[in-house]
Design a protein around this ligand. Structure first.
Ligand code: NI
Length: 196
């Protein structure tokens, strides 16, 4: 089932998300619904706060990047096969010189900006069976994981922009909160006036 994506301005996107246990109600269905929502919106990642739940759960699927000729065959193969569910994730280390990548976010439609992040990340998380893994990612996979991880820490990519860039997109962000935006997937806007 496709769920509405929570738009910029909703306080749930600013909460530090809570860990969950195996007993979390209807977890399998929730994960399936989040997958339906992510794929329905052509996203490469989705975090639970974006569907209104402040819990430490996010999905990543970098397959859509695999078609980009900019990457080597080996990188394309990695991107194609990277699908993960991250539960209770904890970033243990970030390394290397920051690099810029043009990021977007399903909660912030029509805004894309270069964001600087370190290229390598070590993360500990539990999978859908609550098995614990520690993995090291780099490049674009690390990038998407860092973006989604930020969501469970209450951080959005727009927080990481220069004060000039922030000023330039301020009006656009205010419009998104009010629902004055056309997204081609279902959304929920915190400041939208109720229709009579
Ligand atoms: Ni996002």
């Amino acid at each position: 089932m496709i769920l509405p994506v929570v738009a910029y301005g909703d306080p749930v996107l600013r909460k530090i998300a809570e860990p969950i246990t195996k007993d979390y109600p209807n977890l399998d269905a929730l994960i399936q619904n989040m997958k339906d929502t992510m794929y329905g919106a052509s996203g490469v990642g989705l975090a639970a706060p974006q569907i209104g739940l402040p819990i430490r759960l996010f999905l990543v699927d970098t397959e859509p990047f695999a078609e980009d000729d900019e990457y080597s065959k080996e990188e394309q193969e990695q991107l194609k096969n990277f699908q993960r569910t991250f539960i209770n994730a904890e970033i243990l280390q970030e390394e290397g010189d920051e690099w810029a990548f043009n990021e977007g976010c399903l909660s912030i439609p029509d805004v894309r900006e270069d964001v600087f992040r370190q290229p390598k990340v070590t993360i500990k998380y539990q999978d859908e069976d609550f098995k614990t893994h520690t993995e090291v990612y780099d490049g674009l996979i690390a990038r998407v994981v860092q973006h989604e991880y930020d969501h469970i820490e209450g951080i959005l990519f727009t927080d990481k922009l220069s004060s000039l860039k922030k000023r330039l997109i301020k009006g656009k962000l205010a419009n998104i909160s009010k629902g004055k935006i056309n997204a081609d997937y279902r959304m929920r806007f915190p400041l939208q006036k109720k229709k009579r």
